[in-house]
Design a protein around this ligand. Structure first.
Ligand code: NAD
Length: 171
């Protein structure tokens, strides 16, 4: 049976830290399931991209890595009950063997249900972080070097920069 690892993230936007995590999981597992977390959120300063846009971006990354056939992408909306959330994730995704995350809450919730977890380290967390990238955009500073080059055309097509600046201006 193929082994599968699950990675859930908001990917707002997908950055080089996420890329490292995807590669790490694909080195250890036959297949990866990528959950697009907070799928219900979009057009907010914390969650500017829609779930559909994030699906397109993650697909582009996987295509570029040549691993589209080893991955499944599933949007996962948040729910108000933390302990019910792992069940919701299981309901929406294909079978998986392990959950990979650098997020302690995600690890704790799955562990509570006896699901095997693998704690991922964070690399260059001071710069490879969605919030940092969104703040750089608001300040008009360079940020493109923090995301995989292959997704820049898509972010431009979605008007990512302008959307963040307009959302920040209305606060
Ligand atoms: P994220 O995009 O910040 O990170 C996703 C994963 O990418 C992390 O687990 C980490 O392993 C990896 N990563 C991030 N930065 C990295 C770096 N610099 N180097 C290496 N790896 C890095 O997403 P997140 O906030 O962890 O996503 C969790 C999702 O689960 C959210 O959407 C959250 O709302 C959802 N959630 C929902 C509930 C609920 O609905 N009750 C409960 C818990 C979590």
């Amino acid at each position: 049976m193929v082994s599968r690892g699950l990675l859930i993230g908001r990917f707002q936007p997908f950055h080089k830290g996420h890329l490292w995590a995807v590669r790490e999981i694909l080195n250890r597992e036959d297949e990866i399931i990528i959950g697009i977390g907070s799928a219900q959120d979009s057009y907010s300063i914390e969650n500017p991209l829609t779930a559909g846009e994030r699906v397109e971006i993650v697909r582009e990354v996987l295509k570029n890595l040549g691993v589209l056939d080893r991955a499944v992408i599933i949007p996962i909306p948040d729910i108000n009950e933390n302990l019910a959330w792992p069940g919701r994730v299981i309901e929406l995704t294909p079978r998986f063997d392990r959950v990979y995350s650098g997020n302690e809450l995600v690890l704790m919730l799955f562990e509570r249900f006896g699901i095997e977890t693998v704690k991922l380290e964070h690399i260059n967390r001071d710069i490879y972080q969605g919030r940092v990238i969104r703040e750089l955009i608001v300040k008009g500073e360079p940020w493109e070097h923090l995301v995989p080059e292959s997704i820049i055309p898509l972010l431009k097509k979605f008007g990512f920069e302008e959307r963040i600046r307009r959302l920040a201006a209305r606060r």
